[in-house]
Write a protein that binds this ligand. Structure first.
Ligand SMILES: Cc1cc2nc3c(=O)[nH]c(=O)nc-3n(C[C@H](O)[C@H](O)[C@H](O)COP(=O)(O)O)c2cc1C
Length: 337
């Protein structure tokens, strides 16, 4: 059985039922991994998905945009982890309790976000520079909920402060059940390549499971990342945009099965329409613009889709986007016939 099944089984056997979860997790991505995208990943065979980061202080003050991020349908999406960010142990504990009540199966603490609006107040990756506070936050969240709690962080703040093993050990001693390491430092942001080998230093420093993250865009990459890092599983973000079935393909490869094919065109048509539809339901007309990056990413994996891409990324009118989708997939069906 994989490490995720073991962690979640301790508390949440119902969430995963009879089936063991693959150790392949959808990464939290602000503005991307909302209900619509998580649903697409789950419908394509993906396992555990993580919400976008929600700021603990905003959750408690009921800032609408922040609460909207938490929209999820526990029955349709479970298991879902909710990621929280913040700098105050008391607020983080309260936010974790709320996430538990909403039906999360796991609470993930954000210690990796490089954005200044987050790090500016000693949260996100800035917590790597404050190991004592980082430990206090971990303990406060672990004590506040009966769910397992995980931590997502980076290799360190910058080249001279690569202290992920120390942070990992502190987290473990505070009761954290699993750690994800994005193989870059904060100052690297998203530049250069993720260093999967260096993640092995964290694996060596702790006895809890570690997930390797960063630049995994194929089943073969996932295997290489596991070999280099000796981690127990992988977390995948950008690679899944436009192909929500990637996580299931990675799980196939890691579990020794033949890698399933990408879904057929009929499934993709239905999936893309459902994705757009859900964005419109959740965000109203704003959903048309929010859909653009997803539709562009879907087009990356659709042949001859230049015309569709143009309409999907420029139109303000959902009916025109749906019509362009219908026309594209009709034409594709004719070619295939
Ligand atoms: C648009 C975007 C938003 C992100 N938002 C979050 C976030 O809310 N919380 C977090 O821990 N990491 C966030 N990340 C980082 C990803 O979870 C992941 O660590 C990073 O993209 C590297 O993995 P990948 O190469 O598989 O995408 C974000 C990344 C991107 C590209």
């Amino acid at each position: 059985m994989g490490c995720l099944s073991q962690i979640l089984n301790k508390n949440e056997a119902d969430a995963i039922g009879e089936n063991a979860l693959p150790d392949v997790v959808l990464a939290p991505m602000s503005g991307i991994t909302d209900r619509a995208f998580r649903t697409a990943v789950r419908a394509s065979g993906g396992g555990l998905v993580v919400s976008e980061m929600v700021a603990s202080h905003a959750m408690l003050t009921d800032v609408r945009a922040e609460m909207q991020k938490l929209q999820f349908n526990a029955a349709a999406e479970a298991p879902v982890a909710i990621q929280i960010a913040g700098w105050d142990p008391v607020m983080m504990a309260e936010a974790a309790k709320m996430a538990e009540q909403m039906g999360a199966c796991l609470i993930d603490i954000n210690m990796g976000c490089p954005a200044k609006k987050v790090t500016g107040r000693a949260s996100g990756s800035a917590l790597m520079k404050e190991p004592v506070l980082a430990g206090e936050i971990c303990s406060a969240v672990v004590d506040a909920v009966s769910l397992p709690v995980s931590l997502k962080t980076r290799l360190g703040w910058d080249d001279t402060h690569r202290n992920a093993p120390e942070i990992g050990y502190i987290a473990q001693e505070s009761g954290i059940s699993m750690i994800t390491i994005h193989g870059r430092t904060r100052t690297q942001m998203y530049k250069g390549s993720a260093n999967w080998h260096e993640i092995a230093n964290v694996v060596q420093a702790v006895s809890i499971p570690v997930l390797a993250n960063g630049d995994i865009i194929s089943p073969e990459d996932a295997k290489s990342a596991l070999v280099a890092s000796k981690a127990q599983g992988v977390m995948v973000g950008r690679g899944a945009q436009g192909r929500p079935w990637l996580l299931a393909q990675i799980a196939d490869h890691l579990e020794g099965r033949d890698i399933r094919s990408a879904p057929d065109m009929a499934f993709r048509y239905q999936q893309i329409c459902q994705h757009l539809d859900m964005l419109l339901t959740d965000y109203g007309m704003r959903g048309v613009r929010l859909a653009r990056k997803h539709l562009a990413a879907y087009c990356d994996y659709l042949p001859q889709s230049q015309d569709l891409r143009l309409i999907a990324t420029q139109s303000e009118r959902p009916e025109l986007v749906f019509a362009a989708l219908a026309e594209y997939f009709d034409k594709e069906a004719c070619h295939a016939a």
